[in-house]
Design a protein around this ligand. Structure first.
Ligand code: NAD
Length: 357
């Protein structure tokens, strides 16, 4: 075994079903007395339920969280926190709401308690993607990561089957790239493979029976592990392509991850045979090939496979490939424009991934 470094990121995690009931004692434990609760407009009822549970310890709700964390929304949230004299923010929702909590917390110093309700994994990372004047930038700072995360399986029961599937594949993508990251290590490898394993087993069951609490438990546990991988390593080609397609062409986040992942793995496979074997061991395949495993998993989930089905134009492919190769992330295989263009064409057309590039 070669030498490695591993930085554990301090974070208190409460995990289980019904964990939300522990929120008041958690605030008491941290001597927090004035919480501003954040959500999307859609999840305002969940935010309201939290304020009712907290009583006078909740000072208000700010329900404007939206995709890509636009700065004006963050500024209004900060204003609200100041007006209400909040001493902490509680985000309840998916990656968009967690992002708003991070954006407010890093600017104000207010502690951020995150209550994730999807499998996106943002709550476990020190990364923050924000949009300023229509341009999305990402920054990282250990202080961005929420210090407390409360995972309550019950809050994920309402996540529709298709969203659960794409959100779970988004989580798997974090773990996959952590396996070949330049700063990967044996600890992260353990979490990554376990995260992929439990998600690959549980997601098809979630997709067929959204009300199965036991498999939801497994999926959320897997998402936690995969989020930790994203927060601990440097991401490569897959995340770069998703940022380009999502940021420059306004494609939906988890769905883009889902469509691209088998293709980006197929691109990198020739440069990482050992990762291919590891991944194949935790994906549904009999041929020892992780591409087959991922194709099989996506088929079982019944998710859309073509970027064009979400509105990407064929003419956007070359532009996307050009942006992607301009400042490439570290990647096991050199990133070549023509090949990336072909990768994107296949993903645009909805072809099954294959390792012939
Ligand atoms: P999202 O947070 O945008 O949520 C999508 C919709 O689903 C919202 O309307 C939300 O209210 C609703 N929703 C959430 N949970 C629900 C539930 N349990 N039941 C019913 N509806 C529910 O989607 P997402 O995929 O979780 O997050 C995507 C965003 O997160 C992107 O902007 C992405 O860039 C960011 N992200 C950031 C990181 C990071 O480390 N910084 C990691 C992953 C994702």
């Amino acid at each position: 075994m070669s030498s490695f470094s591993y930085t554990a990121r301090p974070c208190r995690v409460l995990f289980g079903a019904g964990t939300l009931a522990k929120l008041p004692s958690e605030l008491f434990r941290q001597n927090l007395k004035a919480a501003l609760v954040l959500s999307t407009p859609f999840q305002q009822p969940e935010a309201l339920a939290v304020t009712q549970q907290l009583g006078t310890v909740a000072v208000g709700i700010f329900s404007e969280a939206t995709m890509h964390t636009p700065l004006p929304v963050t500024e209004r949230g900060i204003q609200e926190a100041r007006l209400k004299r909040a001493d902490c923010v509680i985000s309840i929702g998916g990656g968009s709401t967690t992002g708003l909590g991070k954006a407010i917390s890093i600017r104000t110093g207010l502690p951020h308690i995150s209550i994730p309700t999807t499998y996106a994994g943002s709550e476990m990372t020190p990364h923050l993607g924000e949009t300023v004047d229509g341009i999305k930038t990402t920054r990282s700072d250990p202080a961005i990561q929420p210090a407390t995360v409360l995972y309550d399986v019950n809050l994920t029961m309402s996540l529709p089957g298709e969203m659960s599937a794409t959100s779970g594949i988004n989580a798997i993508a974090h773990a996959v790239e952590a396996l070949y990251a330049p700063d990967t290590n044996p600890i992260i490898r353990l979490m990554a493979l376990e995260g992929v394993r439990v998600l690959a087993e549980s997601l098809p069951l979630v997709a067929t029976d959204e009300s199965n609490a036991e498999v939801r438990y497994q999926a959320l546990y897997g998402a936690w592990l995969c989020g930790t991988c994203l927060g601990s390593t440097t991401m490569s080609l897959h995340h770069k392509l998703c940022h380009v397609i999502g940021g420059s062409f306004n494609m939906p986040h988890a769905e883009t991850h889902t469509i691209l992942l088998p293709h980006t793995i197929a691109y990198n496979i020739p440069s990482m045979p050992e990762v291919n074997a590891d991944l194949a061991g935790v994906l549904p395949c009999a041929d020892g090939n992780s591409i087959t495993g991922l194709n099989n998993l996506l088929e079982k989930l019944g998710v859309r496979r073509a970027l064009q089905s979400y509105g990407l134009k064929e003419g956007d492919i070359e532009k996307a490939a050009m942006i992607a190769v301009k400042n490439p992330y570290a990647n096991p295989r050199p990133v070549e424009k023509e090949k990336i263009q072909e990768l994107l064409r296949r993903a645009w057309a909805g072809e099954a991934a294959r390792a012939d590039m």
